[in-house]
Design a protein around this ligand. Structure first.
Ligand code: TYD
Length: 210
């Protein structure tokens, strides 16, 4: 059918939302109108419940451990893949994901330093049922990320982490992007026009083959 599963990744403030909007516009312009977007964590009723816990934490008397956070993230993702993404792909829809498995590798693996064996086992379980066709990683420094999100009224638990946390997240993102050929790293400190131009080149390649 030619439809694809594309994922956009990056630190908060890297411009994912705007880039996703542009991708949809671009695909529509090329005559591709069956496009859905997902945003993780979340995207099904169960995943959205988990999203609230992941983003805002548990009660003071029952703080969420990093392993519990990891398990909730993967539970949310599994529901999303099984009940939304896979059915959409089999109906011929293009799926644009705002975050996917690479976020867990970077935030939980790099940022939190969770047990890599556990992370890999969970990741294998989910990605064995669905691997993205292409991931665009929008690279910005932690300093730029913090300066772009500092005006947000409410910051979630992860956004309140220190700069050193985001430095670890970024370095894990960069490491994985350099190791895997279907992760495209783009310098997202550049203008939106330049970032979009790189993405359009990849989309063109697919669209022209349809
Ligand atoms: P969200 O408000 O959606 O932020 P953003 O616009 O940056 O995507 O919050 C999602 C937060 O969850 C974000 O801080 C990253 C974090 N996260 C993880 O730590 N691991 C994951 O696997 C995913 C999907 C998200």
């Amino acid at each position: 059918m030619g439809n694809k599963f594309i994922v956009i990744e990056g630190l908060d403030g890297s411009g994912k939302t705007t880039v996703i909007y542009r991708i949809i516009q671009y695909l529509n312009k090329c005559g591709i109108i069956n496009v859905i977007t997902t945003r993780e964590p979340g995207g099904t009723p169960v995943s959205d419940f988990l999203r609230v816990l992941i983003k805002y934490g548990g009660p003071i008397s029952d703080p969420i451990d990093s392993i519990s956070e990891l398990l909730m993230i993967y539970a949310a993702r599994f529901q999303l893949v099984k009940n939304v993404i896979k059915p959409a792909l089999s109906r011929g829809y293009w799926v644009i994901g705002d975050r996917y498995d690479l976020s867990s590798q970077a935030y939980q693996g790099g940022g939190r330093g969770v047990d890599m064996l556990l992370l890999q086992a969970l990741s294998d379980k989910v990605t064995s049922i669905l691997y993205p066709d292409l991931t665009f990683y929008l690279d910005i420094s932690p300093e730029l990320s913090v300066s772009r999100i500092k005006n947000r009224i409410i910051l979630d638990c992860l956004e309140q982490e220190p700069l050193s946390f985001f430095a670890r997240v970024r370095s894990r993102y960069k490491k994985l992007a350099s190791e895997k050929k279907n992760i495209i790293m783009i310098d997202a400190s550049q203008s939106l026009e330049k970032v979009s131009a790189v993405i359009y080149r990849y989309l063109d390649w697919w669209v022209n083959k349809l």
